[in-house]
Ligand binder design. Structure first.
Ligand code: LLP
Length: 428
């Protein structure tokens, strides 16, 4: 299913009109389609059924309790990167033994929390962190800290420089060549329980080659460490890219089509290239998708405030800003923008910009859009992942409300922030 489509020319989230939601709850407004999340989760599990994967949803993509709750009910595990994210998962009744705890800089308090809650494993990113985890576990009698090391396979995955992770030019993981020695030391430590091995090569990866290359490089190492230390699982990380362009497509594989000139991999290609290698390992297989599950399950609805022309440029000023959705400003990320109402005929090149006092507060440059008038709403598509979760109060702007649509039912799953709440905790 595809959660967002036009009916009678107007944009709908499942069975609910986006204009109606904006009338009721105001703008800017995040709207999520529950059905899309369920569908994406099931499809992913479906193509990988030969390895019966444990999908650990990467909470950072969208940590709203309602979304965690949907995934928890589906049996999903979770990939968390902070004590806060772990608390969120617990709040919705997520199974702690399906939680992996990642991150390059876990504090002592966070390690204690993970141990107390009984996470499946800590994903460890340095030798010093390993020592710290052992030390914390050592203070709790009879406690073994479950761990997996995050391997940096040094594979170029492409994508934006700010979100590549799998090479030695960035901070993540333990270099491939040093991993076996680190496992040997960890294996000799009675305070540690070696459970698995993990990799993650980047985000918004739309070709299958980097995944294939990384897994192929990892396999001999994984086999050796499995035999030597009895590792139970291999976690291949997240990073599956989604279609940002033409994201409003109808049809069976609507969110997974051709990207610009590049041919994006299909879910089937991802599965067929990895499954044979993974199946032969005879280990549990974990996956940490974030964006794939929720990216195209959310839009940001915003209202057109003003238009103006400088002679050189034509600007459409909307009420959502970079504080609400930072991806275009931060990564020059492309997000499709669609009129919420029936599109007027014609097209005008325009920069769609927010009200924040930064020239980078731009959602698109010179994009041909149907004519828009004051009071019209637009939907910024593919905003379900790294949208609200990266939002801020910059310019003392209250963050948008979030609404979850299930069929013909809409429910506010986070109230719009109030201005007076923004200085709570401050002192004059
Ligand atoms: N596992 C690990 C260890 C990660 O670091 C990440 C994302 C994921 C899984 C999930 O990756 P996904 O499946 O969502 O690609 N804010 C950026 C993306 C940052 C990704 C950080 N790590 C963006 O808006 O594009």
């Amino acid at each position: 299913m595809h959660g967002f489509q036009r009916k009678g020319g107007k944009l709908f989230a499942e069975g609910v009109s986006l204009d109606g939601l904006a009338d009721r709850y105001g703008t800017p407004l995040y709207v999520y389609s529950a059905g899309t999340i369920v569908d994406h989760y099931r499809r992913l599990r479906g193509v990988l059924r030969a390895v019966n994967p444990l999908i650990c949803y990467s909470v950072k993509a969208n940590s709203n309790l309602a979304i965690l709750s949907i995934l928890s009910r589906l049996g999903s595990g979770f990939d968390v990167v902070s004590g806060g994210e772990l608390e969120r998962v617990r709040k919705v009744g997520g199974k702690m033994d399906r939680c992996v705890f990642a991150g390059v800089g876990k504090t002592r308090e966070e390690i204690e929390l993970g141990l107390r809650f009984g996470v499946k494993a800590f994903h460890v990113e340095s030798e010093e962190e390993l020592e710290q985890i052992a030390a914390v576990a050592g203070r709790k009698k009879g406690r073994h800290a479950p761990i997996a090391l995050r391997v940096n396979p040094d594979v170029e995955a492409g994508g934006h420089a700010k979100i590549t992770t799998g090479t030695y030019a960035n901070k993540f993981g333990i270099p491939y060549e040093l991993v076996a020695a680190a496992y040997r030391r960890a294996g000799a430590d009675p305070r540690l329980h070696l459970r698995g091995i993990q990799m993650h090569i980047g985000s918004q990866i739309t070709r299958v080659e980097p995944f294939r290359a990384a897994v192929r490089k990892m396999i001999p190492l994984v086999e050796r460490l499995r035999d030597r230390h009895g590792l139970e699982y291999f976690d291949v990380g997240g990073g599956l890219g989604i279609v940002y362009e033409d994201a409003l497509a109808s049809g069976r594989d609507g969110w997974w089509k051709t990207l610009r000139s590049e041919k994006a991999m299909t879910l089937n290609e991802y599965a067929t290239s990895l499954v044979p290698m993974l199946r032969d390992l005879k280990m549990d297989i974990l996956l940490e998708p974030g964006r794939f599950l929720v990216g195209n399950a959310g839009v940001l609805v915003s209202e057109v405030l003003y238009r103006k022309s400088t002679g050189q440029k034509y600007f459409t000023i909307v009420d959502a800003g970079m504080n609400d959705l930072v991806r275009p400003a931060l990564y020059e990320a492309y997000h499709q923008i669609e009129p919420v109402g029936k599109p007027r005929p014609g097209a005008i090149p325009t920069d769609v910009v927010g009200p924040v006092c930064e020239s980078g507060d731009v959602f698109c440059h010179d994009r041909s859009l149907p004519p828009l008038e004051r009071g019209d709403r637009v939907a910024i598509l593919s905003a379900g992942a790294y949208g609200f979760s990266m939002s801020s109060n910059y310019n003392t702007r209250p963050r948008p409300a979030e609404v979850l649509v299930t069929g013909s039912r809409a429910r506010v799953v986070r109230a719009r922030e109030r201005v007076a709440g923004l200085w709570q905790g401050e002192r004059k």
